[in-house]
Design a protein around this ligand. Structure first.
Ligand SMILES: NC(=O)c1ccc[n+]([C@@H]2O[C@H](COP(=O)([O-])OP(=O)(O)OC[C@H]3O[C@@H](n4cnc5c(N)ncnc54)[C@H](OP(=O)(O)O)[C@@H]3O)[C@@H](O)[C@H]2O)c1
Length: 308
């Protein structure tokens, strides 16, 4: 059965890729912030009510982790209030909400990967607002899939991959935090897994909560630190540099030869971040038979997309 699909945050990393991966499932209506602004909760609820989509993939979010410390009200409306209202609209019509959340709902003190039921304890405003978004969605009673992911990057958009390459063109040495652990996850892989999950839910359209309502962790396999991620970016990019140089931004050479590891304490930021962000994906694998490849393999595929 073909779905009417609303994607929010169409210009974002995940929203951009969702437009491609959800297309086989039905009619996609993809909205930018200008077309649907989650900072305006009433207008957001009205938009969803009038469109009456079968599925909302909410990829819009206030994602500026440090800036959120000085704009907590805006982050709260975008990440918690509006997703809650979208969920309430879908609860009335029987629609499904796919929503994205974050490793930053945890405090990072656990030894080993976090599972979905572990106690949350966000250290910053972004994490607190994202957690409240999860809670409002669950309380709404709508069919929902909440996917917690981490360290998202792509070859477009604002992200660590492009920031590292920009700095590496300007400087001989990069300093990166080496005591925060997590799993870098390619936006395309998140969007592809989302499409598979929605396909499975669609087959159980008559079941309560479309069969699989709940929270799932969805990250690339393996783990590293920001310093390790940056090292790998330089290594993979250097391997690509032997390829044809008619690729604009991606063809230009790097000055940086390596990464100097530093501690979080040496690199203070407005928002505190968890030291351990690693999420267990066992529930995702057990429920949907999905497992994302290692983060290094996905990084290579993402970079190949930039030059080929
Ligand atoms: N990025 C990460 O490292 C990360 C990690 C864990 C979880 N997540 C979660 O994954 C999801 C997707 O994140 P992403 O990495 O794709 O984020 P992103 O690249 O920063 O994109 C965010 C999107 O949300 C839009 N947006 C921001 N404020 C909005 C508003 N008031 N109304 C409507 N749209 C608004 C942005 O529009 P503009 O282009 O106009 O700003 C953009 O399209 C989010 O739920 C995020 O919390 C992300």
């Amino acid at each position: 059965m073909s779905l009417r699909i609303l994607i929010t945050g169409a210009t974002g990393q995940v929203g951009w890729q969702l437009q491609r991966t959800l297309a086989p499932l039905g009619e996609v209506i993809a909205c930018t912030r200008t077309e649907l602004d989650l900072a305006n909760p009433e207008a957001t609820a009205k938009f969803v009510r009038e469109l009456a989509p079968d599925l909302v993939a909410n990829a819009a979010a206030y994602t500026a982790v440090d800036k959120a410390e000085s704009e907590p009200d805006l982050a709260h409306v975008v990440n918690a209030v509006s997703p809650g209202l979208i969920a309430e609209e879908l609860a009335c019509t029987g629609g499904l909400l796919v929503h994205y959340s974050t490793d930053y709902v945890f405090d990072g003190t656990k030894t080993g990967p976090y599972i979905e039921n572990d106690t949350t304890g966000p250290l910053n405003t972004y994490g607190r607002t994202k957690l409240e978004g999860e809670q409002r969605i669950a309380a709404s009673g709508c069919a929902h899939i909440i996917l917690r992911t981490s360290w998202v990057y792509d070859i477009r958009g604002k992200n660590f991959l492009r920031a590292v390459l920009r700095l590496a063109r300007e400087r001989e040495e990069l300093t990166m935090v080496a005591d925060q652990h997590g799993s870098p996850t390619w936006a395309r892989a998140i969007a592809e897994a989302t499409s598979q999950i929605v396909g499975r839910c669609t087959l159980r359209r008559d079941a309560p909560g479309w069969g699989y309502s709940g929270t799932y962790h969805l990250t690339a396999a393996g783990q590293t630190t920001w310093a390790g991620f940056a090292e790998q970016i330089l290594e993979e990019y250097t391997a690509l540099a032997e390829w044809p140089a008619d690729t604009g931004e991606w063809g230009s050479p790097l000055l940086a030869k390596g990464v100097i590891p530093v501690t979080t304490a040496q690199f203070p930021t407005p928002a505190r971040r968890p030291q351990n962000s690693v999420l267990s994906n066992a529930k995702l694998q057990d429920t949907f038979g999905l497992r994302l490849p290692d983060w290094q393999a996905l990084l290579r595929l993402a970079l190949q997309d930039a030059v080929r």
